[in-house]
Design a protein around this ligand. Structure first.
Ligand code: MG
Length: 265
């Protein structure tokens, strides 16, 4: 009797082991992907205190924002004139108006822009001063290629989504983020991806980023568009606007100033 019970137990255990191994062998992609699947939380980049200088536009730059108006910007939604708020030499995200993008399109370029979160900003993680510089806003429905803008000062989040990251693709080398209320800057060199006639990838995109003058992305090779959910992939384009994000979180909106670009021929 005892022996029977043991053998039944052995059979149940064996069936359980088979079930576990079948689950483990389930083909990739059958489970619904979640945002958390592509978050990385460790190691946390070292904090670096940046210097205090900002770059003025050189003579061959196209000035995208000089503090006066949004003439170089349109709504990402319908290409009508951008309606973010301009006052006191800066533009402030108007979340209800949505993302804005440059009226012009670019291929390879050098970009400078300055941003700050309000000193009294609230929220945490991805809901604390979230915006973004989409280095190529490739079209409706596309995620594009996002250099994350986010309060990086003592603000815990997944490190491949922190300020200075290439969203969900590349963790910044260090963290030179300033406190809320202080101006910060990005200097970017963007090498656009190129495509064959059939739309397949010829050469990938590369990006180099200085955050407050400190190198945080060093000729990083992108794996495709920066996606909130799922694995990145490329989609063919030739030139594209640069887009700024009106993120839907509840924290107080960021401001931008001194934005210029130099096309690399
Ligand atoms: Mg963002």
């Amino acid at each position: 009797m005892k022996c029977m019970r043991i053998s039944r137990l052995v059979v149940i255990a064996a069936l359980f082991a088979v079930a576990v191994s079948l689950v483990a062998q389930a083909p990739e992609g059958t489970a619904k992907p979640k945002p958390e699947d592509t978050e990385i939380w460790q190691p946390i980049p070292a904090v670096v205190t940046p210097g205090a200088t900002f770059a003025e536009a050189p003579s061959d730059a196209i000035v995208l924002f000089d503090g006066k108006n949004l003439d170089e910007w349109v709504s990402n939604k319908d290409k009508t004139p951008a309606k973010w708020n301009v006052a006191n030499g800066l533009m402030t995200v108007s979340k209800g108006e949505g993302n804005i993008e440059t009226r012009r399109s670019f291929k390879n370029y050098q970009l400078h822009l300055e941003w700050k979160t309000p000193e009294s900003i609230t929220g945490s993680g991805q809901a604390r001063g979230n915006s973004g510089v989409f280095l190529a806003s490739t079209g409706p429905g596309d995620d594009g290629y996002e250099l994350q803008v986010l309060d990086a000062y003592q603000n815990s989040t997944y490190v491949n989504g922190m300020g200075g990251s290439i969203y969900k693709q590349s963790i910044p080398l260090v963290n030179p983020g300033r406190k809320p209320g202080q101006w910060q800057c990005y200097d970017v060199a963007w090498t656009a991806p190129t495509f064959n006639d059939d739309g397949s990838l010829k050469t990938p995109a590369y990006v180099t980023v200085f955050y407050n003058g400190v190198l945080v992305q060093n000729h990083f090779e992108l794996k495709g568009q920066t996606l909130y959910v799922g694995k990145p992939f490329y989609k063919a384009y030739t030139t594209a606007p640069i887009k700024l994000q009106a993120h839907g979180d509840k924290s107080e909106p960021l401001s931008f100033r001194n934005i210029w670009v130099r096309e690399i021929k």
